[in-house]
Design a protein around this ligand. Structure first.
Ligand SMILES: [Zn+2]
Length: 208
């Protein structure tokens, strides 16, 4: 099996909150998992809840994130729907070392890599990145002929805007880039898509 990001222990930041009295929540922020807990928790409670919430977050993300096999199936469907089925990648896989890029491909061997920073993003964004890389197996550039390949996909402009927004929101001093530096026009740093605050709070009462 390929190493998978979910199998690598994430960097965790614990935030103690006086306003938080009975709930615990976990979300991703700038590549870290943030676990917010009530200020009154003991160190033992903190440790137990961090373990529980990180496991819970990863379960949720696995449900939302297709496996490599599903990526292959998805890419094949996108190819047949929007590129006439002409493009058949030899492999499609999640990878964790894409730097600023959302995706990349090797036209020489037909492989496609998708940044695991896309996990948890809407499927129409993931599909856009897949289709973008599929199109690069036909045309390596970003000229009119390349964009013409993506014309059939109805969410191209929306997905590009979405990813630009993510890049913009995630820029901080450490990122250093302008989000347009790399060849793909795909942005900087990180997914930043955690579960959203209160909606995912877990009541700490019974265990506290
Ligand atoms: Zn590109």
């Amino acid at each position: 099996m390929e190493p998978d990001a979910a199998e690598i222990a994430p960097e965790v930041e614990v935030r103690r909150s006086r306003r938080r009295t009975r709930t615990v929540t976990a979300f991703r922020e700038r590549g870290r998992v943030v676990v917010a807990i009530p200020a009154r928790f003991s160190r033992a409670e903190e440790a137990a809840w961090v373990e529980r919430m990180v496991a819970r977050l990863e379960r949720t993300e696995r449900r939302r994130r297709p496996s490599d096999d599903e990526l292959v199936t998805r890419a094949a469907r996108l190819s047949s729907t929007y590129l006439g089925g002409a493009v058949r990648p030899t492999s499609v896989a999640w990878v964790g070392n894409q730097g600023r890029r959302w995706g990349s491909c090797s036209p020489s061997n037909g492989s496609i890599r998708i940044s695991d920073r896309l996990r948890g993003m809407p499927t129409w964004v993931l599909d856009y990145v897949l289709l973008h890389e599929l199109a690069h197996l036909v045309d390596a550039g970003h000229g009119p002929a390349f964009w013409a390949l993506l014309e059939g996909y109805p969410h191209t402009e929306r997905a590009r805007g979405f990813l630009s927004g993510v890049s913009f929101a995630q820029q901080d001093g450490s990122a250093g880039g302008d989000g347009f530096a790399d060849a793909d026009g795909f942005g900087d740093d990180d997914d930043g898509f955690g579960d959203d605050g209160d909606a995912d709070d877990v009541l700490a009462g019974p265990r506290a």
